[in-house]
Each structure stands twice: as C-alpha cells, then as structure tokens.
Design a protein around this ligand. Sequence first.
Ligand code: PYC
Length: 330
Amino acid sequence: MAVMDSTLFNFDIIDSHTGGEPTRMVFDGFPELVGTSIQEKLQHFKSDYDHLRQSIILEPRGNDVLVGALLLPPTDPKATAGVIFFNNTGYLGMCGHGTIGVIASLAYQQKIKAGVHWLETPVGLVKATLHQDGSCSVQNVPSYRYKKQVEVLVPNLGIICGDIAWGGNWFFLVSNHGQDIQTQNVAHLTQVCQQIKHALVQNHITGKNGEEIDHIELFQDHPASNINSQNFVLCPGAAYDRSPCGTGTSAKLACLAADQKLTPDQLWHQKSVVGSVFTGSYQFIDADDDSMSGYPKDAIIPTICGHAFVCAKTTLIIQQDDPFKWGIAP
Ligand code: PYC
C-alpha cells in the first residue's frame, strides 16, 4: 500500500552565495501575502507565517548563516520584484549580499538580463545593475551616520567607541577594538561582538527612533595596496557575515563621507574576514529632493559591487508529520 503523502508546502528555491555568504531565494510555493505595500506584506509574513521563515532557514533544511529572500510581485510599478529578507532570528530591512544573490538567481532562471533592475524592499527601492561578467552593483537606500564615536562600557573589554550608522540596517562600527580579524579568530570575534551588542542593549544605545542596533562591525587596516580595509560583521542571530556585508559597507561609506575621508565616486575596497571583496562608492543625496527631507544633509547614496554564484536549485518539502517541520528552534 502506498504511504500517504502529507506534504504541507513545497518551496521552490535557488541557493547562491555572494562572497561566501549564502542567500536562499524562495520563488514559488509561499502562501500569498496580503497588502498594498511591501511593508504590509512583511507584517502579514511576520504575523501569520513566521513558522515558515523558520522552516526555510533553520536546521534541518537550512542553517544559521543563511539569509532568506522571499520573492514577491512588486507593489511599485518601477520594480522588477519585491523581496523580503529574513534570517534565523527574524527579518532584515535590506541585505546587500542578498540583493546580489537574488539578481544572480533571477539571471540564472533567465528571468532577467544584464542591465538595470529595481527591487522593492521594506526599507525602500534599490537599483541593481547586472553586469555582463555576472557581477552586480547595488545602489542602496540612503545611508547616514547617526552618531559619531559613542562610548560603551563592555565588561572584560573596557570602553569601546563606535559610530552608529544606517545602511539599510543599523550598525555599530568599531575600529579600535584590539582584535585581530582573521578566519581562525571568528569564534572569539563573534564573542566580542556579542558582548558589545549586549552592552549596547544594556545601556539603551540605539539607532534612530529607539531601533535596535542589530549588526556589529569591526574594522582593521589591510596591508594590500588594493584593499582599504578588512571587516568582521556580526549579524542578528549570531552568525558572522562571510561577505563584507553590503549594508555594513554602506554604513562604513556613510561614516567615511561624514568624516571627509572618502570623496564622492572614490572607490573603497572592503574585504571580509574570509577574504571576499566588495567595491563601494557613494554620491551625496540631493538635499533639495523632497523625498530626502528625513535624512541628514551629509547622507549618501552608496553603491556596492560584488559577485554571486548559484549553488543549488531545489524544492524544500514540509510534511505534516515531520516533528521538525518548523525547524529546530534555537
Ligand atoms: O550584505 O547587507 C548585507 C548583509 C546583511 C546581513 C548579512 N548580509
């Protein structure tokens, strides 16, 4: 006798990695999200389908490093698609490596060609240019430094100073940390960043409007003449970014612009802890543009260029009687 099929969901996905950091694009099988804007759809996702986020990202189907990208029909006619990014603990406003991964995945599916494509995210429209060589430049949402050199006392580490900046997510950017950014040190670097993050929460240090600073970014100089800096980025959910982090590099560019250490269009080569590189540059926002009225005058429009590679195309199956159908809870 045939075994009864108890499949609840089939999610069609494409996995890619951008500079080593994985993106799982879900392009079919997800229940319809209701809303007239992508923010409303995100609310529907959070309230009714958070268990599906866990199924897609957590073990046994995923892992803590993965960033999910749910592809949606756009609500903005300018956009090719809408996308909601999520990870092992929740949702990301924007994701630079993920945008590059989505563009590479859409190109793999032959849904798009080289050229300009707009993606709608919960924090704004981003312009992605797919180049002939497969690399992709992402013109991110407006980014800015919110506070310069904020001090926080971190138990065992002492006073740590960092800039608070927005690059599509909130970052605490630290240059003087006394750590060595090397792959063999990632466990220790993770612990250090978790301690800093904990201290920020304890001391009520936040982004604008009390928003949580959920990414910690450490920098160090790099000896190679074609690299400006190497970073280590701790993402919400305690995984570190294998890529140089698109939103983190955007936040860095905003700080460099505010300090007048990088001029508009000047290139910045940001290396990750695992050795992958994003190239960034910026333009100042047009302060006369009404849509920019909520931003500081020295806010920037960053552009980040990287390369993603497709790794897998498959279907995730969720069966009713699977005790881990909603993932292994952390
Ligand atoms: O590339 O923006 C990024 C990112 C955020 C979290 C992981 N990667």
